[in-house]
Design a protein around this ligand. Structure first.
Ligand code: MLT
Length: 407
């Protein structure tokens, strides 16, 4: 008899964003006349930067020639992209990350979901609440939790991110082995200072733990004092893996390119307490299970580091940040407490109401899609998230509709 992985049965309904998409599709079928404005899932709407388009075209043309054709590329990514990443994203900020510590991939969702495979089933995991659901769900699938009770999985250590701590969690009071952090944060849009991040790095060093640092939104940081990478903190290379993506910074959600940084010094331990390096393990996983990102897409990603590419990405991000300001200002004007949107594309709004009820209200009365905070965890109950990824005109229209609906 073939039995299934019963840990899957512990998962809550469907994946959050699939759930939302289903509800929106049902609403649209019932109200074909309403022009729905989507500010739910953080999916970019603006076209690719011209520098990326041109680089991709050139690469496709190369692939159509005998001399320029390429078959399987290196699973870890082409040297030209890994070098550009190391130089621009890390060394330029004083973080000593080298090209061979970078693993190019097709997305941070996959990488943050897959990395848990490297660790034992009984490791203790600390996870923020609210949180990007992938970190939690993939650990549930792998059998690292008990059942779901009162809005939480047994066996997980939840790090509450609330108004009281400005949505930056405090250190856990118990021993944990694997810690997920995301800054600028999805979903709250909160940021972490260098000093706060140093506290986490020191904790990981003292407790033989590892930090999985999701920095997918670092390009949205505008406050010059904030760290862009965990490797700007001394000692982080041994205790942190960092995830980055071109999805939101260069509009690659449909193009697919991201990377994970695993420093050579990054370590975990075997069951006898001996140090084991993570780099060879991730390299083994990556080369066994992943075929690499296509050559034209990697050339497009490389183009984000050209002077035109940098300027075009910055303009793209500035546009989304301007939308975020419109959202935060509009929602604050009608009396809601809101955070985020200054160094992140998300605005986190306290609704004083059940999140899904508020979701339905916005959809039915304003034709606007948000993400219910409860979908990100127990601490998200009573909140919604609005995403700034849309056209300025749509954001202005959405805010006018929301104001009218809630008046
Ligand atoms: C989000 O809306 O939280 C993100 O778009 C999800 C993702 O990047 O996978």
């Amino acid at each position: 008899m073939l039995t299934i992985n019963e840990h899957y049965l512990k998962l809550q309904a469907s994946y959050l964003f699939s759930d939302i998409a289903k509800r929106v599709a049902a609403f649209q079928a019932a109200h074909p006349d309403v022009e729905v404005i989507k500010m739910g899932i953080g999916d970019v709407t603006n076209p690719l930067p011209q520098a990326c388009v041109e680089a991709m075209h050139r690469a496709v043309d190369e692939m159509g020639t005998v001399s320029g054709f390429r078959g399987y590329g290196p699973e870890q990514g082409y040297e030209f992209l890994r070098k550009a990443i190391a130089r621009n994203d890390f060394q330029a900020r004083g973080a000593d990350i080298r090209a061979d510590e970078i693993f190019v991939s097709d997305g941070s969702k996959c990488d943050t979901g897959n990395i848990q495979e490297l660790f034992a089933t009984d490791v203790k995991i600390a996870i923020p609440d609210p949180v990007y659901p992938v970190y939690l769900d993939t650990n549930v699938m792998a059998g690292r939790t008990g059942g779901f009770k009162d809005g939480r999985y047994e066996g997980m250590v939840y790090l509450d991110s609330t108004r009281a701590n400005s949505y930056v969690p405090e250190l856990p009071r118990e021993q944990v082995d694997l810690i997920y952090l995301c800054f600028p944060n999805n979903p709250t849009g909160s940021t972490i200072t260098r000093e706060q991040l140093r506290v986490w790095v020191d904790f990981a060093r003292e407790n033989r733990a590892l930090i999985l640092f999701d920095a997918a939104y670092e390009a949205f940081i505008r406050d010059p004092g904030l760290p862009h990478s965990i490797y700007e903190i001394e000692g982080a290379q041994e205790v942190a893996v960092e995830f980055r993506s071109y999805s939101k910074s260069a509009g690659f959600t449909g193009t697919r390119c991201a990377f994970t940084v695993v420093p050579r010094a990054c370590r975990a331990f075997d069951s006898r307490g001996n140090k084991q390096l993570i780099h060879p393990l991730w390299n083994r996983r990556h080369s066994t299970k992943f075929n690499g990102v296509s050559y034209p897409v990697q050339r497009a990603a490389e183009a984000t580091y050209s002077s035109e590419g940098k300027a075009q990405c910055e303009a793209l991000i500035n546009g989304y940040l301007a939308n975020a300001r419109i959202i935060r200002q509009g929602i604050t004007e009608i009396g809601f407490h809101a955070v985020g949107g200054e160094n992140a594309p998300y605005v986190w709004i306290e609704t004083q109401k059940d999140s899904w009820e508020f979701f339905d209200l916005l959809l039915n009365k304003a034709g606007v899609v948000c993400t219910p905070g409860a979908g990100f965890g127990k601490c998200g109950q009573g909140y919604i998230r609005l995403s700034a990824f849309n056209s300025e005109a749509n954001v202005i229209e959405a805010m006018a509709r929301i104001k009218k609906a809630l008046a």
